[in-house]
Design a protein around this ligand. Structure first.
Ligand code: FAD
Length: 540
């Protein structure tokens, strides 16, 4: 069974038809990674997600697969080593959505990093992450830096370090991991919310009651082991389990803003500090540049956190200081997003001092919770969780599982029989299907080797026809159920291409009607209409 949104009833029936080895709660990158790891070791896995896949933090990050240079300052060598090494593994397995990106770290008079700090810091960073010699950091003089990134402020500029990181699309990475898990036998349902946990006569957890958010019914799901991978919501699940004691989450909010690339025409991603040592990324992506992030304590609702005027003004001022010619204003912002970091609370620490390490919590009922961590480290986090699940299975007399194999699994979208450049693949398809090169490049950067199927599904060769193919594919293979699933998390158009959405909506509604039936409403609660407005509205 694949992730076909129109087969929802069959998926719900399949979820109820057996007792699963493992039930995963949460369809962000953590849950998707666990489902893939467990399914690839031969376990029978069910996953439920209360919103759309990646609706939580996993579509609201800085979209970098990075080793976390700033964690060096906090002396978190093990973390930098572990996530740094993951970058190359993810690039090898998902080269269409994890791509190398040069990052410029400017050295500014009076800034947090001096010349020697950058030289030594990046040297250590490269070694910890196992970066190949030819890709290691370069130190640039003042003139070289100004030439490399002409919009950078010249006042106080002393030079820069240029080093290797990786860019991604967080929501697409999550969906590709989920699709791969499903191709290995896992069953995953979006819009399926765990409303209660269930227990056997000895008080041990044995499943969950799940509300089908599309039809409104509640069904029972049985499993030998239950993992709580609910990101910012993990404490809510621990509360349902009556096991919320000891360590708790500390929520912090991070905000990003998007401007047209012409307003901030960067050549590379730039990582710079603002007063007080907070670090900000400015990242070019196609026709846009986005920048962030803030890091502030957060106590509001976890679903759809808002960007406030204060958040926007802080980021705009920081960017204008570093790129004075940009002269950005709020009215120039084309889109934005806010995400909640599910960090583990440590007394006396400010948001940016809190560790990004992940931790496992075990409850007496048997619930396993995974909290904290980063997008970049999802594969190792999953391995840790599934090792515990495997031990538990073995303790009940079942045959041992094989060891983790995910380092060698190519994700959906990166199924090429020989080493292939995505750009060359896209150019070949553009010629074969007589479609504009830039359209195919856009598709391939999101869907990788599944692009050809999209072109086959497209009703023609113009932009709207291509969009209809992408949507049809995402309904049939990626569980797209609502407008926002496609425009926010499968195509990222709300963030990078928002001004093109209004013209696309009639086509999108037609495709939904063809796939789901004429009566189907793809935005019943106006969630997408609200998200569309919220992307450029900043609450005072
Ligand atoms: P989520 O993605 O939030 O997934 C949890 C899911 O559980 C949600 O989709 C939610 O709907 C679901 N859920 C909750 N309750 C229930 C329930 N009762 N039933 C069913 N489902 C439920 N990391 C990086 O490596 N690189 C970066 O560049 C980066 N930048 C970041 C920038 C910001 C601003 C933030 C906030 C984080 C950033 N991170 C980054 C960290 C990274 O994004 C997170 O660690 C990661 O996305 C967390 O994934 P998750 O699956 O644990 O949580």
């Amino acid at each position: 069974m694949n992730l076909d949104g129109t087969q929802r009833n069959a998926i719900v029936a399949a979820l109820q038809a057996e007792t699963w080895d493992l039930l995963v709660i949460g369809g962000g990158i953590t849950g998707a990674g666990i489902a893939l790891d467990a399914a690839s070791r031969g376990m029978r896995v069910a996953l439920v997600e209360m919103q759309d896949f990646a609706s939580g933090t996993s579509s609201r990050s800085t979209k970098l697969i990075h080793g976390g240079l700033r964690y060096l300052k906090q002396l978190e060598f093990k973390l930098v080593h572990e996530v740094g090494q993951e970058r190359a593994i993810l690039h090898a397995n998902a080269g269409h959505i994890v791509t190398p990106e040069k990052m410029l770290l400017p050295i500014i008079e009076g800034g947090t990093f001096g010349k020697w700090g950058v030289r030594i810091g990046l040297w250590v960073y490269d070694r910890l992450a196992g970066v190949k010699p030819e890709e290691r950091r370069l130190m640039l003089s003042r003139d070289e830096t100004a030439k490399t990134e002409p919009w950078l402020r010249k006042q106080g500029l002393k030079g820069a370090g240029l080093y290797n990181e990786y860019r991604t699309d967080d929501a697409r990475l999550t969906v590709e991991v989920m699709k791969t898990a499903v191709s290995m036998g896992a069953i995953a349902l979006n819009y399926g919310c765990v409303v209660a946990l269930t227990y056997d006569v000895h008080g041990k957890i044995n499943g969950a009651s799940v509300k089908n958010a599309v039809l409104g019914d509640v069904f029972a799901l049985k499993a030998h082991v239950v993992v709580n991978a609910a990101g910012p919501w993990v404490d809510g699940i621990r509360e349902k389990d009556h096991s919320l004691q000891g360590k708790r989450l500390h929520h912090t909010k991070g905000v990003h803003l998007v401007v047209p690339r012409a307003r901030l025409p960067l050549q590379h991603s730039v990582y710079f500090d603002v007063d007080g040592g907070r670090m900000i990324f400015a990242i070019p992506r196609g026709l846009w540049t986005y920048f962030g992030t803030t890091d502030t304590d957060y106590k509001g609702p976890l679903e759809d956190p808002a960007v406030t005027a204060a958040d926007a003004d802080y980021l705009i001022a920081a960017v204008n200081r570093m790129f004075p010619d940009a002269r950005l204003e709020r009215s120039m912002i084309e889109s934005s997003w806010a995400g909640i970091r599910p960090l583990i609370h440590e007394d006396g620490k400010s948001p940016s001092q809190l560790s990004r390490k992940d931790e496992l919590f075990f409850s007496e009922t048997g619930l396993i919770t995974i909290a904290g961590g980063k997008l970049t480290g999802f594969r190792k986090m999953a391995q840790k969780v599934v090792d515990v699940v495997a031990e538990r299975r073995q303790a009940t007399g079942q045959a041992p599982c094989k060891d983790c194999v995910t380092a060698h699994i190519q994700l959906s979208g990166f199924n090429f029989s020989a080493p292939t450049s995505i750009a060359a693949y896209a150019d070949g398809l553009a010629t074969q299907y007589k479609v504009l090169q830039e359209e195919v490049q856009w598709l391939a950067s999101l869907y990788g080797s599944n692009t050809e199927e999209i072109l086959r599904l497209a009703a023609g060769t113009d932009r709207l026809a291509i969009l209809s193919g992408a949507l049809r594919y995402s309904i049939r293979h990626e569980g797209v159920t609502r407008l926002g699933d496609f425009f926010v998390r499968r195509s990222a158009m709300l963030y990078f291409g928002r001004n093109w959405i209004a013209a696309s909506l009639p086509t999108a509604r037609e495709v939904f009607a063809e796939e789901y039936g004429l009566e189907y409403d793809p935005d019943p609660d106006m969630a997408f209409a609200k998200a569309y407005a919220q992307a450029v509205t900043f609450a005072e």
